[in-house]
Design a protein around this ligand. Structure first.
Ligand code: ASP
Length: 417
Protein backbone atom coordinates (compact mmCIF):
# COMPACT_ATOMS: atom_id res chain seq x y z
CA UNK A 1 0.00 0.00 0.00
CA UNK A 2 2.96 2.24 -0.50
CA UNK A 3 2.36 5.53 -2.14
CA UNK A 4 3.97 6.34 -5.41
CA UNK A 5 7.08 8.45 -4.97
CA UNK A 6 5.89 10.68 -7.76
CA UNK A 7 3.20 11.92 -5.39
CA UNK A 8 5.84 12.99 -2.90
CA UNK A 9 5.48 16.31 -1.17
CA UNK A 10 7.84 19.02 -2.33
CA UNK A 11 8.28 22.37 -0.70
CA UNK A 12 10.92 25.04 -0.27
CA UNK A 13 11.51 25.43 -3.98
CA UNK A 14 10.87 21.77 -4.74
CA UNK A 15 13.75 20.44 -2.65
CA UNK A 16 13.09 16.91 -1.34
CA UNK A 17 12.66 16.57 2.39
CA UNK A 18 15.81 14.49 2.94
CA UNK A 19 17.94 17.26 1.48
CA UNK A 20 16.24 19.86 3.64
CA UNK A 21 16.91 17.72 6.71
CA UNK A 22 20.59 17.37 5.84
CA UNK A 23 20.83 21.15 5.35
CA UNK A 24 19.16 21.60 8.78
CA UNK A 25 21.75 19.26 10.24
CA UNK A 26 24.69 21.11 8.70
CA UNK A 27 23.34 24.52 9.75
CA UNK A 28 22.76 23.17 13.26
CA UNK A 29 26.42 22.15 13.52
CA UNK A 30 27.49 25.61 12.33
CA UNK A 31 25.23 27.49 14.74
CA UNK A 32 26.30 25.18 17.61
CA UNK A 33 29.96 25.90 16.89
CA UNK A 34 29.79 29.60 16.08
CA UNK A 35 26.93 30.90 18.23
CA UNK A 36 27.20 28.99 21.48
CA UNK A 37 24.78 31.38 23.26
CA UNK A 38 22.08 31.19 20.62
CA UNK A 39 21.92 27.39 20.50
CA UNK A 40 20.25 26.90 23.94
CA UNK A 41 17.51 29.33 22.91
CA UNK A 42 16.57 26.87 20.17
CA UNK A 43 16.01 24.05 22.69
CA UNK A 44 12.20 24.43 22.84
CA UNK A 45 11.98 23.98 19.06
CA UNK A 46 13.95 20.75 19.29
CA UNK A 47 11.85 19.54 22.23
CA UNK A 48 8.66 20.32 20.34
CA UNK A 49 9.75 18.21 17.38
CA UNK A 50 10.85 15.38 19.67
CA UNK A 51 7.51 15.41 21.47
CA UNK A 52 5.66 15.37 18.18
CA UNK A 53 7.44 12.26 16.91
CA UNK A 54 7.23 10.54 20.29
CA UNK A 55 3.49 11.23 20.29
CA UNK A 56 3.22 8.99 17.22
CA UNK A 57 5.18 5.97 18.40
CA UNK A 58 2.63 3.96 20.41
CA UNK A 59 -0.47 4.49 18.24
CA UNK A 60 1.46 4.22 14.97
CA UNK A 61 3.24 0.98 15.90
CA UNK A 62 0.00 -0.54 17.16
CA UNK A 63 -2.36 0.29 14.31
CA UNK A 64 0.16 -0.19 11.51
CA UNK A 65 1.17 -3.59 12.86
CA UNK A 66 -2.43 -4.79 13.30
CA UNK A 67 -3.28 -3.49 9.81
CA UNK A 68 -0.15 -5.15 8.39
CA UNK A 69 -0.94 -8.52 10.00
CA UNK A 70 -4.46 -8.47 8.58
CA UNK A 71 -2.93 -8.16 5.09
CA UNK A 72 -0.93 -11.34 5.82
CA UNK A 73 -3.48 -14.13 5.96
CA UNK A 74 -0.75 -16.77 5.77
CA UNK A 75 0.41 -17.55 9.34
CA UNK A 76 3.34 -19.67 8.10
CA UNK A 77 4.62 -16.56 6.36
CA UNK A 78 4.43 -14.63 9.61
CA UNK A 79 6.52 -17.31 11.33
CA UNK A 80 9.06 -17.21 8.50
CA UNK A 81 9.33 -13.44 8.65
CA UNK A 82 9.88 -13.56 12.43
CA UNK A 83 12.59 -16.22 12.12
CA UNK A 84 14.43 -14.34 9.35
CA UNK A 85 14.19 -11.07 11.26
CA UNK A 86 15.64 -12.47 14.47
CA UNK A 87 18.38 -14.37 12.59
CA UNK A 88 19.53 -11.30 10.64
CA UNK A 89 19.44 -9.14 13.78
CA UNK A 90 21.62 -11.59 15.70
CA UNK A 91 24.13 -12.20 12.91
CA UNK A 92 24.62 -8.51 12.09
CA UNK A 93 25.03 -7.71 15.79
CA UNK A 94 27.75 -10.34 16.21
CA UNK A 95 29.47 -8.84 13.14
CA UNK A 96 29.17 -5.40 14.71
CA UNK A 97 30.91 -6.33 17.99
CA UNK A 98 33.63 -8.09 16.02
CA UNK A 99 34.20 -5.01 13.84
CA UNK A 100 34.35 -2.92 17.02
CA UNK A 101 36.95 -5.26 18.53
CA UNK A 102 38.93 -5.33 15.29
CA UNK A 103 39.06 -1.53 15.03
CA UNK A 104 39.90 -1.23 18.72
CA UNK A 105 42.78 -3.69 18.25
CA UNK A 106 44.03 -2.05 15.04
CA UNK A 107 43.96 1.57 16.19
CA UNK A 108 44.60 1.03 19.93
CA UNK A 109 42.89 4.27 21.02
CA UNK A 110 43.53 3.60 24.74
CA UNK A 111 47.26 2.96 24.47
CA UNK A 112 49.39 5.22 26.68
CA UNK A 113 46.56 6.50 28.90
CA UNK A 114 48.03 4.69 31.93
CA UNK A 115 44.92 4.65 34.06
CA UNK A 116 44.93 2.82 37.38
CA UNK A 117 41.88 0.89 38.51
CA UNK A 118 40.59 1.03 42.09
CA UNK A 119 38.52 -1.78 43.58
CA UNK A 120 35.85 -2.97 41.16
CA UNK A 121 32.27 -2.10 41.94
CA UNK A 122 29.26 -4.36 41.54
CA UNK A 123 27.50 -4.14 38.18
CA UNK A 124 23.77 -4.43 37.93
CA UNK A 125 22.30 -7.76 36.90
CA UNK A 126 20.77 -8.21 33.45
CA UNK A 127 17.26 -9.71 33.46
CA UNK A 128 17.19 -13.47 32.77
CA UNK A 129 15.90 -14.85 29.48
CA UNK A 130 12.90 -16.34 31.28
CA UNK A 131 12.01 -12.97 32.82
CA UNK A 132 12.18 -11.37 29.38
CA UNK A 133 9.97 -14.06 27.80
CA UNK A 134 7.34 -13.94 30.55
CA UNK A 135 7.33 -10.14 30.39
CA UNK A 136 6.51 -10.18 26.66
CA UNK A 137 2.81 -10.79 27.24
CA UNK A 138 1.11 -7.72 28.67
CA UNK A 139 -1.12 -8.57 31.64
CA UNK A 140 -2.76 -5.22 31.00
CA UNK A 141 -2.51 -3.88 27.43
CA UNK A 142 -3.61 -0.43 28.56
CA UNK A 143 -0.66 -0.31 30.96
CA UNK A 144 1.62 -1.40 28.10
CA UNK A 145 0.31 1.52 26.02
CA UNK A 146 0.67 3.96 28.89
CA UNK A 147 4.25 2.87 29.60
CA UNK A 148 5.14 2.73 25.90
CA UNK A 149 6.35 -0.88 26.27
CA UNK A 150 6.95 -1.57 22.58
CA UNK A 151 7.62 -5.32 22.84
CA UNK A 152 4.38 -5.90 24.75
CA UNK A 153 2.50 -3.72 22.27
CA UNK A 154 3.93 -5.79 19.41
CA UNK A 155 2.81 -9.04 21.04
CA UNK A 156 -0.68 -7.67 21.64
CA UNK A 157 -0.93 -6.29 18.09
CA UNK A 158 0.14 -9.60 16.53
CA UNK A 159 -2.32 -11.56 18.70
CA UNK A 160 -5.12 -9.17 17.78
CA UNK A 161 -4.26 -9.18 14.07
CA UNK A 162 -4.03 -12.98 13.90
CA UNK A 163 -7.38 -13.28 15.75
CA UNK A 164 -8.96 -10.91 13.27
CA UNK A 165 -7.68 -13.07 10.41
CA UNK A 166 -9.09 -16.19 12.08
CA UNK A 167 -12.52 -14.62 12.61
CA UNK A 168 -12.78 -13.83 8.90
CA UNK A 169 -15.92 -12.18 7.52
CA UNK A 170 -17.27 -10.94 10.86
CA UNK A 171 -14.02 -9.10 11.59
CA UNK A 172 -14.21 -7.17 8.28
CA UNK A 173 -15.34 -3.87 9.88
CA UNK A 174 -12.52 -4.06 12.45
CA UNK A 175 -9.98 -4.75 9.67
CA UNK A 176 -11.32 -1.77 7.76
CA UNK A 177 -11.11 0.42 10.84
CA UNK A 178 -7.45 -0.48 11.52
CA UNK A 179 -6.52 0.04 7.88
CA UNK A 180 -8.18 3.42 7.89
CA UNK A 181 -6.53 4.41 11.19
CA UNK A 182 -3.15 3.32 9.83
CA UNK A 183 -3.61 5.69 6.88
CA UNK A 184 -4.50 8.49 9.29
CA UNK A 185 -1.35 7.92 11.35
CA UNK A 186 0.80 7.77 8.22
CA UNK A 187 -0.60 11.16 7.26
CA UNK A 188 0.07 12.52 10.74
CA UNK A 189 3.68 11.28 10.52
CA UNK A 190 3.91 13.01 7.18
CA UNK A 191 2.77 16.29 8.71
CA UNK A 192 5.15 16.04 11.67
CA UNK A 193 8.03 15.27 9.31
CA UNK A 194 7.55 18.59 7.58
CA UNK A 195 9.07 20.13 10.69
CA UNK A 196 12.01 17.73 10.69
CA UNK A 197 14.49 20.16 9.08
CA UNK A 198 13.82 22.74 11.80
CA UNK A 199 13.68 20.14 14.60
CA UNK A 200 16.94 18.52 13.52
CA UNK A 201 18.57 21.94 13.19
CA UNK A 202 17.61 22.92 16.75
CA UNK A 203 18.57 19.57 18.31
CA UNK A 204 21.99 19.43 16.66
CA UNK A 205 22.79 23.07 17.50
CA UNK A 206 22.11 22.23 21.18
CA UNK A 207 24.32 19.11 21.23
CA UNK A 208 27.21 20.76 19.39
CA UNK A 209 27.17 23.87 21.60
CA UNK A 210 27.14 21.72 24.75
CA UNK A 211 30.15 19.64 23.64
CA UNK A 212 32.97 22.03 22.94
CA UNK A 213 36.30 21.03 21.46
CA UNK A 214 37.83 21.10 24.95
CA UNK A 215 35.56 18.25 26.08
CA UNK A 216 36.11 16.18 22.97
CA UNK A 217 39.83 16.62 22.31
CA UNK A 218 41.29 14.35 25.03
CA UNK A 219 39.17 11.46 23.78
CA UNK A 220 39.27 12.34 20.09
CA UNK A 221 41.05 9.05 19.30
CA UNK A 222 38.34 6.80 20.64
CA UNK A 223 35.60 8.97 19.09
CA UNK A 224 37.34 8.70 15.72
CA UNK A 225 37.69 4.91 15.97
CA UNK A 226 34.01 4.44 16.88
CA UNK A 227 32.89 6.65 13.98
CA UNK A 228 35.23 4.85 11.58
CA UNK A 229 34.06 1.40 12.69
CA UNK A 230 30.43 2.55 12.36
CA UNK A 231 30.97 3.79 8.81
CA UNK A 232 32.76 0.54 7.90
CA UNK A 233 29.85 -1.48 9.28
CA UNK A 234 27.29 0.61 7.36
CA UNK A 235 29.11 0.33 4.07
CA UNK A 236 30.60 -3.17 4.22
CA UNK A 237 28.06 -5.20 6.18
CA UNK A 238 24.82 -3.46 5.19
CA UNK A 239 25.90 -2.49 1.69
CA UNK A 240 27.36 -5.98 1.19
CA UNK A 241 24.30 -7.86 2.44
CA UNK A 242 21.92 -5.78 0.31
CA UNK A 243 24.01 -6.24 -2.82
CA UNK A 244 24.77 -9.90 -2.22
CA UNK A 245 21.46 -11.29 -1.00
CA UNK A 246 18.90 -8.93 -2.52
CA UNK A 247 20.73 -7.51 -5.55
CA UNK A 248 19.78 -4.01 -4.40
CA UNK A 249 21.82 -0.84 -4.76
CA UNK A 250 23.36 0.29 -1.44
CA UNK A 251 23.43 3.85 -2.75
CA UNK A 252 19.67 3.96 -3.22
CA UNK A 253 19.30 2.42 0.20
CA UNK A 254 21.22 5.17 1.95
CA UNK A 255 19.48 7.87 -0.07
CA UNK A 256 16.09 6.39 0.88
CA UNK A 257 16.83 6.27 4.57
CA UNK A 258 18.60 9.65 4.88
CA UNK A 259 15.68 11.30 6.79
CA UNK A 260 15.64 8.48 9.36
CA UNK A 261 19.43 8.61 9.76
CA UNK A 262 19.41 12.38 10.28
CA UNK A 263 16.64 12.13 12.89
CA UNK A 264 18.47 9.24 14.63
CA UNK A 265 21.72 11.21 14.65
CA UNK A 266 20.13 14.29 16.15
CA UNK A 267 17.79 12.62 18.68
CA UNK A 268 19.99 9.66 19.76
CA UNK A 269 16.88 7.53 20.10
CA UNK A 270 15.98 4.66 17.80
CA UNK A 271 12.55 4.32 19.42
CA UNK A 272 11.97 8.03 18.85
CA UNK A 273 13.00 7.63 15.22
CA UNK A 274 10.55 4.77 14.66
CA UNK A 275 7.78 6.79 12.96
CA UNK A 276 10.32 8.25 10.53
CA UNK A 277 11.83 4.79 9.86
CA UNK A 278 8.41 3.36 9.09
CA UNK A 279 7.71 6.23 6.70
CA UNK A 280 11.07 5.80 4.92
CA UNK A 281 10.57 2.04 4.62
CA UNK A 282 7.14 2.35 3.03
CA UNK A 283 7.61 5.40 0.86
CA UNK A 284 11.26 5.33 -0.13
CA UNK A 285 12.30 1.69 0.11
CA UNK A 286 8.97 0.28 -1.09
CA UNK A 287 8.64 -2.26 1.75
CA UNK A 288 5.11 -3.49 2.45
CA UNK A 289 3.17 -2.23 5.45
CA UNK A 290 3.11 -5.67 7.09
CA UNK A 291 6.86 -6.24 6.94
CA UNK A 292 7.79 -2.65 7.89
CA UNK A 293 5.19 -2.62 10.69
CA UNK A 294 6.65 -5.76 12.23
CA UNK A 295 10.40 -5.72 11.53
CA UNK A 296 11.04 -2.06 12.43
CA UNK A 297 9.43 -1.86 15.90
CA UNK A 298 11.07 -5.16 16.87
CA UNK A 299 14.39 -3.81 15.61
CA UNK A 300 14.05 -0.50 17.45
CA UNK A 301 13.81 -2.44 20.70
CA UNK A 302 16.21 -5.34 20.21
CA UNK A 303 18.57 -4.65 17.29
CA UNK A 304 21.44 -2.34 18.22
CA UNK A 305 24.43 -2.88 15.97
CA UNK A 306 25.80 0.60 16.67
CA UNK A 307 25.65 -0.07 20.40
CA UNK A 308 27.44 -3.38 19.85
CA UNK A 309 30.25 -1.68 17.87
CA UNK A 310 30.59 0.88 20.64
CA UNK A 311 30.87 -1.81 23.27
CA UNK A 312 33.46 -3.73 21.26
CA UNK A 313 35.67 -0.66 20.76
CA UNK A 314 35.26 0.55 24.33
CA UNK A 315 35.98 -2.81 25.94
CA UNK A 316 39.33 -2.79 24.17
CA UNK A 317 39.87 0.92 24.76
CA UNK A 318 39.38 0.49 28.50
CA UNK A 319 41.57 -2.62 28.62
CA UNK A 320 44.30 -0.65 26.84
CA UNK A 321 43.85 2.45 29.01
CA UNK A 322 44.23 0.38 32.19
CA UNK A 323 47.03 -1.75 30.71
CA UNK A 324 45.09 -5.05 30.90
CA UNK A 325 45.76 -7.88 28.43
CA UNK A 326 42.69 -9.77 27.28
CA UNK A 327 42.69 -13.52 26.63
CA UNK A 328 40.94 -15.23 23.69
CA UNK A 329 38.23 -16.39 26.11
CA UNK A 330 37.65 -12.80 27.21
CA UNK A 331 37.29 -11.71 23.59
CA UNK A 332 34.63 -14.38 23.07
CA UNK A 333 32.92 -13.31 26.28
CA UNK A 334 32.84 -9.71 25.02
CA UNK A 335 31.21 -10.81 21.74
CA UNK A 336 28.60 -12.80 23.64
CA UNK A 337 27.77 -10.26 26.35
CA UNK A 338 27.89 -7.27 23.99
CA UNK A 339 25.44 -9.02 21.65
CA UNK A 340 23.11 -9.81 24.55
CA UNK A 341 23.57 -6.39 26.15
CA UNK A 342 22.74 -4.65 22.88
CA UNK A 343 19.50 -6.67 22.68
CA UNK A 344 18.63 -5.54 26.20
CA UNK A 345 19.46 -1.89 25.49
CA UNK A 346 16.45 0.39 25.25
CA UNK A 347 16.22 2.62 22.19
CA UNK A 348 16.61 5.81 24.22
CA UNK A 349 19.52 8.25 24.66
CA UNK A 350 22.33 7.01 26.89
CA UNK A 351 21.06 3.46 27.35
CA UNK A 352 24.20 1.96 25.80
CA UNK A 353 26.42 3.56 28.43
CA UNK A 354 24.56 1.73 31.20
CA UNK A 355 24.90 -1.56 29.34
CA UNK A 356 28.62 -0.94 28.90
CA UNK A 357 28.97 -1.56 32.65
CA UNK A 358 27.53 -5.02 32.13
CA UNK A 359 30.02 -5.91 29.40
CA UNK A 360 32.96 -4.57 31.40
CA UNK A 361 32.12 -6.56 34.54
CA UNK A 362 31.50 -9.74 32.55
CA UNK A 363 35.18 -9.78 31.59
CA UNK A 364 36.50 -8.21 34.79
CA UNK A 365 37.40 -4.81 33.31
CA UNK A 366 37.27 -1.78 35.65
CA UNK A 367 33.95 0.03 35.82
CA UNK A 368 35.71 3.40 36.01
CA UNK A 369 35.82 3.08 32.24
CA UNK A 370 32.17 4.11 32.23
CA UNK A 371 33.00 7.36 34.00
CA UNK A 372 35.83 8.01 31.56
CA UNK A 373 33.40 7.88 28.66
CA UNK A 374 30.35 9.55 30.24
CA UNK A 375 31.35 13.11 29.26
CA UNK A 376 31.50 12.31 25.56
CA UNK A 377 28.80 9.67 25.48
CA UNK A 378 26.26 11.84 23.66
CA UNK A 379 28.61 12.27 20.71
CA UNK A 380 29.13 8.49 20.59
CA UNK A 381 25.40 7.91 21.04
CA UNK A 382 24.70 9.88 17.85
CA UNK A 383 26.85 7.46 15.83
CA UNK A 384 25.54 4.31 17.43
CA UNK A 385 21.88 5.30 17.13
CA UNK A 386 22.39 6.09 13.44
CA UNK A 387 23.83 2.60 12.89
CA UNK A 388 21.07 1.04 15.01
CA UNK A 389 18.39 2.61 12.83
CA UNK A 390 20.20 1.79 9.58
CA UNK A 391 20.44 -1.85 10.73
CA UNK A 392 16.70 -2.04 11.36
CA UNK A 393 15.99 -0.60 7.91
CA UNK A 394 18.50 -2.90 6.19
CA UNK A 395 16.92 -5.95 7.81
CA UNK A 396 13.45 -4.74 6.80
CA UNK A 397 14.66 -4.39 3.22
CA UNK A 398 16.27 -7.85 3.16
CA UNK A 399 13.25 -9.56 4.70
CA UNK A 400 10.89 -7.60 2.42
CA UNK A 401 12.87 -8.55 -0.66
CA UNK A 402 13.10 -12.25 0.27
CA UNK A 403 9.35 -12.40 0.92
CA UNK A 404 8.35 -10.53 -2.23
CA UNK A 405 7.12 -7.69 -0.07
CA UNK A 406 9.33 -5.04 -1.65
CA UNK A 407 8.36 -2.87 -4.59
CA UNK A 408 11.57 -2.61 -6.62
CA UNK A 409 10.26 0.27 -8.70
CA UNK A 410 9.88 2.41 -5.59
CA UNK A 411 13.25 1.24 -4.25
CA UNK A 412 15.08 2.06 -7.47
CA UNK A 413 13.34 5.36 -8.10
CA UNK A 414 15.66 8.35 -7.77
CA UNK A 415 12.72 10.46 -6.65
CA UNK A 416 12.94 10.15 -2.85
CA UNK A 417 11.24 12.20 -0.18
N1 ASP B 1 20.59 5.61 22.02
C1 ASP B 1 20.66 4.32 21.41
C2 ASP B 1 19.42 4.08 20.57
O1 ASP B 1 18.40 4.65 20.82
C3 ASP B 1 20.82 3.22 22.39
C4 ASP B 1 22.14 3.33 23.06
O2 ASP B 1 22.30 4.19 23.93
O3 ASP B 1 23.06 2.59 22.69
O4 ASP B 1 19.46 3.30 19.64
Amino acid sequence: MSQSPTRSRRFLGGMPLWQQILIGLALGVLVGLLFKDVAPLLAPLGALFLNAIKMLIVPLVFVSLVAGITCMQDTAKLGRISAKTIAIYLVTTAFAVSIGLLFGALFTPGEGMNMVASATTEAKQAPSLMQILVGLVPANPVAAFAEGNILQIIVFAIALGVSMNLVGEKAAPAVKLFNSLAEVFYKLTDLVMRFAPIGVFALIAGVVSAHGIEVLLPLAGVIGVIYLASIAHLLLVYGGLLGLFARLSPLRFFQSIAPALAVAFSTSSSSGTLPVSIECARKNLGVSEGVAGFVLPVGATINMDGTAIYQGVLALFIAQAFGIDLSAGQYLMIILTATLASIGTAGVPGAGLIMLGLVLTSVGLPLEGVALIAGIDRILDMARTTVNVAGDLMTTTLVGSSENELDRDIYNSSNKE
